[in-house]
Design a protein around this ligand. Structure first.
Ligand SMILES: [Zn+2]
Ligand SMILES: [Zn+2]
Length: 332
């Protein structure tokens, strides 16, 4: 079969590799749709990532497909089932898992390799994080369960939101549905307009300087600020936007090794709570599948033109964060 294999920073090759075979507890799916993601772009430019095994490694982690092979002992799915497959499964046994934070599992089973004609799914994921594709839902919309699950995991009420990319739009939508009054900040007019359609009460350009940020923070009265950009400057801005006693959530991952300077004043005198948010849980993933089934339009609006495997490397380097459906067999 054909598969995209990452060999190093900037070195993604379309190769012929042996067809995968399902071992005990595993399945093999035919990939009907995968999606490109800013994380793939990060993996490609850095040549490394915590969720990526040692190189050479297959790429792609947002995926829907049809089960073509089931290994010994698999009871949850059958050959021919259309499924959405998560890119991870927690062990359920380590201290993080037993403490109720399976997204921080120390023995997480990660899955990449969605940019291929077929994909072997490890037993832990088959057992805990494979979901039926909702009836009638196009596979490229089902594949968006992974990025949406990250947003589901982060959103618990909301106020201000920095960043109107895919994650920012998802978070705006989820927070607005939960009754929050969302203010979204983004430099791009098209993203600001999309945020309004996604339920943000208002969307504004990024304030020009620290004073303007602080003024907006006082006026917006945001008890919760979510950073969905992944840049040190946006992390700093998020802290300045929070109201006294508020909470700041760092949803966007900065480049590997990045260090961030934060203003100590508001953290101390305004007693801010700062927390990170990473990845998703099987519970959030299942919720994401259900949300997409009920509201497929929110995903459709975010997807750009479908591409084949040969177009992925260009798409990832040309437009970080833009979501293209990748159809390994239908589009060349
Ligand atoms: Zn992703
Ligand atoms: Zn664990």
């Amino acid at each position: 079969m054909r598969a995209l294999i990452l060999h190093g920073a900037g070195d993604l090759r379309l190769e012929d590799v042996p067809d995968p075979v399902a071992g005990p507890g595993e399945i093999v799916i035919e990939v009907t749709a995968a999606l490109t993601c800013a994380t793939d772009a990060k993996m490609l430019s850095a040549g490394a990532h915590p969720a990526l095994g040692p190189l050479p490694a297959p790429l792609g982690h947002e995926v829907a497909g049809v089960v073509r092979q089931v290994g010994e002992g698999v009871a949850r799915v059958r050959t021919g089932d259309a499924v959405v497959v998560a890119n991870s499964a927690p062990c359920l046994d380590c201290p993080a898992c037993r403490g109720g934070r399976p997204n921080l599992c120390r023995r997480m089973t990660y899955l990449t390799g969605a940019f291929a004609e077929r994909l072997r799914v490890p037993a832990a994921i088959v057992e805990r994080n494979v979901h039926p594709l909702p009836a009638g839902l196009p596979p490229e919309l089902g594949a968006a369960a992974e990025p949406l699950a990250c947003a589901v995991h982060t959103v618990r009420g909301c106020g201000a939101l920095a960043g109107g990319g895919v994650q920012g739009q998802f978070i705006a939508r989820l927070a607005a549905r939960a009754g929050a009054r969302v203010t979204l900040l983004d430099p791009h007019a098209d993203r600001r307009e999309m945020a309004l359609r996604n339920g943000a009460e208002r969307s504004l350009p990024v304030p020009a300087d620290d004073d303007a940020v602080a003024a907006l923070g006082r006026e917006a009265g945001a008890g919760l600020v979510i950073e969905a950009v992944g840049r040190p400057a946006a992390w700093r801005m998020a802290v300045r936007l929070a109201q006294p006693g508020g909470e700041v959530v760092f949803h966007g991952g900065c480049p590997a090794g990045a260090e961030v300077m934060l203003p100590s004043g508001p953290i101390h005198y305004s007693e801010l709570t700062l927390r990170g948010a990473y990845h998703h849980t099987p519970e959030a993933f299942a919720q994401a599948v259900a949300i997409i089934a009920a509201d497929p339009g929110m995903i459709a609006e975010l997807l750009h033109t479908p591409i084949g495997l040969a177009g992925v490397a260009h798409a990832l380097s040309a437009s970080r964060g833009v979501k293209h459906p990748v159809m390994p067999t239908a589009v060349h």
